[in-house]
Design a protein around this ligand. Sequence first.
Ligand code: CAA
Length: 391
Amino acid sequence: MSGDLAIGIHDLSVATAQYVLTHETLAARHGADVAKYHTGIGQRSMSIPAADEDIVTMAAAAAAPVIARHGAERIRTIAFATETSVDQAKAAGIHVHSLLGLPTTTRVVELKQACYSATAALQFAIGLVHRDPSQQILVIASDVSRYDLASRGEATQGAAAVAMLVGADPALVRIEEPSGVFTADIMDFWRPNYRTTALVDGYESISAYLQAVEVVWKDYTERGGRSLEEFRAFCYHQPFTKMAYKAHRHLLQHCGHDADDAGISRAVEHTTTYNQVIGNSYTASIYVALASLLDHAEDLTGEAIGFLSYGSGSVAEFFAGTVVPGYRSQLRTDMHREAISRRLDIDYDTYRELHQRPTPVDGGEHPLPRQTTGPYRLAGLSQHKRIYTPR
Ligand code: CAA
């Protein structure tokens, strides 16, 4: 906790994309054994955005129910975390601010560091609330994970957005001090400004992630953090859900603990329910994992949860949260399940067409086909401007 003041996540809402590509379809196309995906990386399907969806439309869909429940009067800042930026200069959160009709007396900023930046946004929000506990901060994480067709990373794509309302006296999870942090200059995953798909050294990225687990844990414990036994569950960044199991096994072994399968499952399995069907949502994924845990685990009141946020490049952070009494009445479990079940199944050719759809760069008028049935859409591009509308 920050001093005596409890600060943390007051509301948590997840949205995802219009379409879904199953790993059965992917396996059939590539002549792969589907067990490699289902068992080997722990993935069943991945969300694929429609032509008129992107990080902004998903973010607005995630944030709208938060505003509907709590109002916008106390929100002074929107911190939008993403790897999938839509503009080099303008913060994507300004489009969300406009779509949701939020007050002009708001600051909006975008944060980037691969899959880590939502955690930076959360810590930034906590700092602001500590300065003025009457304020609430809307933290949004929204990403579309995209690798080249037929590349090794293709099976680990996905898309989702999370909106979190951060404030004093939170209804869901109090975020504690200290944090353990890590940075090292590693080229395990990156995306130059001229590319729409990420470059990755897959095996290097897994070992960089595991190295970061060791360093953040050491830093966390040296700063007076909790001991491993105190945690009921662990939310890891999940590029694919098997990674959470790998990371937790590594942490247990590193600390000299038994790494039995049953214990590892107890600690992470409920965090993977959404991500295994949504796929990698980069910076949103750890908070999708939190939503999944809160929605599926038995009563967690008063329990400590560990958060391991990893973003290639690389930056990582470990911190703890405590689940607040009464949290269950605030959950959006039905809405989250509906966001997943409403997606339309697409075949490989439809997915490939969406994947390869070029972004117009000529500044002309480019209306986009009406595909999404979500609440907001990217209606088109006009004179290099993205036009967002309610659907
Ligand atoms: N049945 C069951 N399991 C099988 C199998 C089968 N028929 N065939 C293979 N497997 C298992 C393998 O044994 C392996 O498991 P282990 O890792 O536990 O040994 C697993 O399935 C994957 O098999 P491969 O290593 O052969 O798979 P691959 O060559 O396709 O690569 C990958 C896997 C490296 C994760 C690749 O998908 C990739 O590059 N993904 C993108 C990068 C990524 O997600 N990195 C994660 C860390 S970085 C990060 O977290 C940031 C981020 O979001 C990008």
